[in-house]
Design a protein. Structure first.
Length: 290
């Protein structure tokens, strides 16, 4: 496991959470090592994967969940705020995945799980950098799944809903922000681990190129972009005929400018409808009460 052991602002901390977890695993009788290289550096990711090979003899899975936040409204966002988030989330996911790829190819097996977010899949205020990186991870995961399926390697993306130290920096200056944070604190990371474990296990060998979400006791399979309406004319289109005919034709199917909280509006508790819910209908039609 890897962690830089830095504070939310990126400064060096006194201890690495990765080392704490490794110590817990060892104390419980397991085997674990901690690594402090940066996923944002290509050579750092190479060293991280090599450390796993040296310690365990092989590598079977990669979970890309390194993250940082630099929230800011788009018109105020600095280049550093954008670059630092993309470097950790998107470039970091590429770096570690690429470092493991030759080993997966040689052994004809392996699995990736990449952490995406509804900030990219749906949208959120003040997170253009984070949303761009997280939606980019979806494209990266699908490309890995396509390119490496011939080597029996699979790749999936998971949007986790959980209160972690990374999102502890969310501001609580307004009543709306305070309500949002209180809701997020009900979402525990321990609920994410079983799903990720299942994906990486042999039982998940037939699952690849998908986008999932886990929110306490709820598990989602997300849609992927596909054409939903078509406009055709044998005469070809002009800007004027597009404005007159295409935009009005498509208008009823335009997606609203929703945020993640607008789509996932029900409380994250054990639901009262059947424990296995076939959500074949649009998300907006799911029951909203816990």
């Amino acid at each position: 496991m890897n962690d830089l052991g830095v504070t939310l602002s990126g400064e060096a901390g006194e201890a690495s959470p990765a080392q704490d977890v490794a110590d817990e695993i060892i104390a419980a009788g397991g085997r674990a090592i901690a690594n402090g290289d940066s996923v944002a550096r290509f050579d750092g990711a190479q060293a991280m994967v090599q450390a796993a090979i040296d310690a365990f003899g092989r590598i079977d899975a990669v979970v890309n969940n390194a993250g940082n936040l630099r929230d800011s409204l788009f018109h105020k966002m600095s280049e550093e705020e954008f670059d630092s988030v993309v470097a950790v989330h998107l470039k970091g996911s590429f770096n570690t995945s690429r470092a493991a790829a030759p080993f997966f190819k040689a052994q004809a097996s392996g699995a990736y799980v990449h952490m995406t977010s509804t900030s990219g899949l749906v949208g959120n205020f003040g997170q253009a950098n984070y949303a761009a990186a997280k939606l980019g991870i979806v494209g990266l995961s699908k490309s890995i799944a396509l390119d490496m399926q011939r080597f029996n390697v699979r790749s999936n993306a998971v949007a986790p809903f959980a209160w972690t130290r990374m999102i502890d920096s969310i501001p609580t200056h307004t009543p709306e922000q305070q309500r949002r944070v209180e809701g997020l604190k009900k979402l525990v990371p321990e609920k994410i681990a079983p799903f990720v474990t299942a994906l990486l296990s042999d039982a998940g060998k037939g699952v690849s190129g998908q986008i999932f979400g886990v929110r306490n006791n709820e598990i989602y399979l997300f849609s992927q972009p596909r054409p939903i309406r078509t406009a055709h004319t044998s005469d070809g289109w002009t800007a004027e005929t597009i404005a007159e005919r295409v935009f009005p034709m498509f208008a009823d199917d335009f997606y609203p400018l929703a945020r993640s909280g607008d789509v996932f509006a029900w409380a994250p508790r054990l639901m009262r409808w059947p424990s296995i819910w076939n959500a074949s209908r649009p998300m907006g039609s799911l029951p909203r009460k816990a």
